[in-house]
Each structure stands twice: as structure tokens, then as C-alpha cells.
Write a protein that binds this ligand. Structure first.
Ligand SMILES: [Zn+2]
Length: 416
């Protein structure tokens, strides 16, 4: 049984910060399908459209009938453990620093046999396991054998913590505490066991509803942070930048309307100043510090979360300038993801549908509660998921966008 994670000792400041070594990350183009699904928390394998054979490892043509018509399909992962082994030696620097490491051979009920990393709660053969895919520190999918049902302290497994960004015992910065989502996030993080939650507040002299409740929590510290002001971001980074393990950038400015219903560019500029330039200022100041501490023990720096919007994928004309600012933020965040990956820091994109707040007042339900968005973010950190689409609206838009972005554009222009 996995032992609960103990609070790690304070770091000895004289010791050198360790360098991050990534696990082997080379994958063929066709094998990327496994990573694409794992990034959203699914385990998918190729299935032959002609003879229904499930394939592993990923390939160009069916291993049974040589058909090239292979499609990625979700798998249950149920299987039988055939053999286990424990590595005590490795020439790979990543694994060398993390030995011993347990591996197993699993025969999936769906057909293929595969080599998996083993969760500590999986015993010796013969026994049932559930295989799932996770992203490793290099951002590539790996397959893991889990016990068939939830065990106590399952998330605290040493191998699994290498793959995920559990907030437990970590220090988190939430950039905006004045919104419903910000406050729900703080509560969720404290519940998830975060050690310290720094909560940004652009106007600390202002009394905001709900803020007193969260600052009463012993883990929470209110910090001045105005993303439109470079000096404010620099000052905070100087103070806490070297300690933050997870940055959650939830600060956003949302105004309705598109181009014709508004004069001038003031509102659009204000949106860009927080949603796009705010992220840029934050990433410039906090990115390097996070990158430097990714190998800092079991609770080192691990993740960066950006609250985007499903409107980042396709412009929603009634919220036209907001959509444009979120599309810009999405693009910038892809750049951040590429720059953080070599250090082993995961950048999580959150694409919620309309949230139940004042700016979506005229949107018909279903709307997301701030709690639902917050829980989706904490779950994504725990499960090591990279792209999150919380809520039915976001899920539906995503499906339509994947099917045909041009059709979605036309439908949105016609009102939804
Ligand atoms: Zn086939």
C-alpha cells in the first residue's frame, strides 16, 4: 500500500539546486497519437477500421491485415499482469536518479501486450491491472499499470508524482483573488493540501466581497499583483519567484461585444493588457525561476496553468474582442509551453465555456460555476493533464471545432 506523502524537510540552502534530466522523449510522428490523447486524460490505441484489431505499438499499417486505415480510439485499459521486474541500474540519467523503478508486462483484454511503468500498489503477477496513459516530465505519453480499483494514497505513489503536478505540499500563486473563479481556486487548492497559496490582488486597498473569507485560511497570503504593471510583477517575482511551485494565471478582463457595437479601442486594449500582455509580463518574470527549480525534490516546481476560454479556438462575435485576446493568449501560451518543456515544467491550458459571472449574464445556460472550473484545474494538476475543456459547452464546441473549424465559424457567426 502506498504510504502517505510526508511533508518534506526544508531545503538546505547551501545545497546546489539539481539539474532537471528529462526521460527519453523521441517518438515517431504516428506515436504522437498516444500523447495527444494523454494530454486530455485519455488512453487511446489505434484500432483497424477494416478488421478491428487493436494495435500496439503505434504503426502505419494494421499488424493483422496491413490496412492503413487505423484510427485512435479510447481503451478501457483492462488487462492481466504477466510479469514484473524492478530496475536497479540504468544508463539513462533521468531513471538513474530515480531508481529503483518497477516495470511490468501487461496483456490487454483488447489484444496487445505492452510494457508499462507500474504503480506501487500493483502487486506481483498474476493479477488484474488497469492500464492508463500519462504525460511524463518530457511531455510525452507513457503507459502505466494501475491497480484495478482506487487505493488509499494512490496519488502519492513516487513514480506517479514524477508524472503529475499534485498541489499537495506545494506553494501556489493564484494571480487574481477578486473573481469567483479565483476564490474557488484558492479553496480547492487548500483542500488539496497546498502548503502556501499566494493570492494576487491588483487593488489591495479595495474591500472585495469574499476576499476576507479566503484570507482567513491559514495557508493563504494576499499579495499585491497588478498584471498591467510591469513593476508590480517584477517586485512580486523578486519576493516569491524563487519559492513558487505552481503558477495559476486566472487574471482576466472580459467585456462583451464585438467591433460594431463599441466605439474606439479602449476596452479591447484593456482586455489585451491583462489577457495577453499580463501573461507575457508574468511569464517573463516567473518563468525562469520555475524552470530552475523543476528538479527540486518531490515537491519542486512543476506546473503553470493559464485560464483561457473556449472562445480562443473560434471567435464568438457577441464577445468578439474578448475572444481575440484569448486567442492571442492561447498562442503565447503555446510558446510558453515549448519553452518550459525542456525544464520539465508542464503548461496547462484551461478552455472553459461561459462561466456564471456578470459578463456572461446574457448567455443562456448551461454555465459553469466557479467551483466547477476550480475543481477541473486541481484535477488536471493531480492527473497530469495538459489541455482541459471544463463543462458541456466547451466539450461540444471542441468536438465541432475538431470536426470542421470552418463550419463552426459559420455557425457562430449565425448565432451559435
Ligand atoms: Zn486490420
Amino acid at each position: 500500500m502506498t504510504m502517505p506523502l510526508m511533508r518534506p524537510k526544508r531545503k538546505n540552502p547551501i545545497l546546489r539546486t539539481r539539474q532537471m534530466n528529462l526521460p527519453p522523449w523521441a517518438r515517431s510522428r504516428v506515436a504522437m497519437g498516444l500523447t495527444v490523447a494523454a494530454a486530455e486524460g485519455r488512453f487511446e490505441l489505434q484500432v483497424c477500421e477494416d478488421c478491428a484489431t487493436v494495435q500496439y505499438p503505434p504503426r502505419e499499417a494494421c499488424c493483422a491485415c496491413v490496412s492503413p486505415r487505423l484510427k485512435w480510439r479510447p481503451q478501457s485499459g483492462a488487462g492481466q499482469l504477466l510479469a514484473t521486474t524492478t530496475l536497479h541500474h540504468s544508463n539513462d540519467l533521468f531513471f538513474r536518479e530515480r531508481l529503483p523503478w518497477r516495470l511490468g508486462l501487461v496483456h490487454l483484454d483488447a489484444g496487445p501486450t505492452l510494457m508499462v511503468h507500474l504503480h506501487g500498489d500493483v502487486g506481483d503477477k498474476p493479477q488484474r491491472v488497469t492500464v492508463g496513459a500519462r504525460l511524463d516530465r518530457a511531455g510525452r505519453a507513457v503507459v502505466i499499470g494501475f491497480p484495478p480499483s482506487e487505493t488509499q494514497n494512490m496519488a502519492d505513489d513516487k513514480m506517479l508524482r514524477e508524472m503529475t503536478s499534485d498541489p499537495r505540499f506545494r506553494k501556489v500563486l493564484v494571480t487574481d483573488g477578486k473573481t469567483g473563479v479565483g476564490q474557488a481556486l484558492v479553496r480547492s487548492l487548500v483542500k488539496a493540501g497546498a502548503d502556501i497559496v499566494w493570492v494576487g490582488h491588483a487593488e489591495p486597498w479595495k474591500k472585495m466581497p469574499g476576499l476576507d473569507d479566503i484570507t482567513a485560511l491559514p495557508q493563504v497570503t494576499l499579495v499585491p499583483l497588478d498584471l498591467t504593471n510591469g513593476r508590480s510583477v517584477t517586485e512580486l517575482a523578486g519576493e516569491i519567484g524563487g519559492k513558487v511551485d505552481i503558477v495559476i494565471n486566472n487574471a482576466e478582463l472580459h467585456r462583451s461585444f464585438g467591433i460594431a457595437a463599441r466605439r474606439g479601442t479602449d476596452a479591447a486594449k484593456a482586455e489585451m493588457d491583462i489577457n495577453y500582455f499580463g501573461l507575457l509580463r508574468l511569464a517573463q518574470e516567473f518563468g525562469p525561476a520555475l524552470r530552475g527549480r523543476a528538479a527540486d525534490g518531490t515537491i519542486g516546481a512543476t506546473a503553470w496553468v493559464n485560464l483561457l476560454s473556449i472562445y480562443a479556438l473560434a471567435n464568438f462575435p457577441p464577445h468578439g474582442t474578448y475572444s481575440a485576446s484569448k486567442a492571442a493568449a492561447h498562442s503565447l501560451s503555446q510558446c510558453l509551453r515549448a519553452e518550459m518543456r525542456p525544464a520539465g515544467i508542464r503548461v496547462v491550458h484551461v478552455f472553459p465555456g461561459p462561466i456564471d459571472d456578470e459578463w456572461n449574464q446574457n448567455m443562456p445556460p448551461p454555465k459553469l460555476t466557479p467551483e466547477a472550473v476550480a475543481n477541473a484545474i486541481v484535477k488536471a494538476l493531480r492527473d497530469g493533464i495538459e489541455d482541459v475543456y471544463p463543462g458541456d459547452v466547451a466539450q461540444e464546441w471542441l468536438e465541432r471545432w475538431r470536426e470542421n473549424p470552418k463550419v463552426l465559424e459559420r455557425e457562430l457567426a449565425a448565432g451559435g
